[in-house]
Design a protein. Sequence first.
Length: 63
Amino acid sequence: MKPETVLRVTTLLSAAASLVLSVWLYFQSSSVEDRLNGIYVGVWVPSILALGAFLLSGKSAKD
């Protein structure tokens, strides 16, 4: 596998796992702390995708 493909797959899987974890944390109980933890983890999704896009753009600029 090409490193670029591995990076894309890893980025998407990490973002998907973060989204699933966020939803699970948010709905696991009705306490305020759990809901805030779910929101906090949900903020990771765009950050992970932005990091992946940044790394991929740097990879294609070198080629």
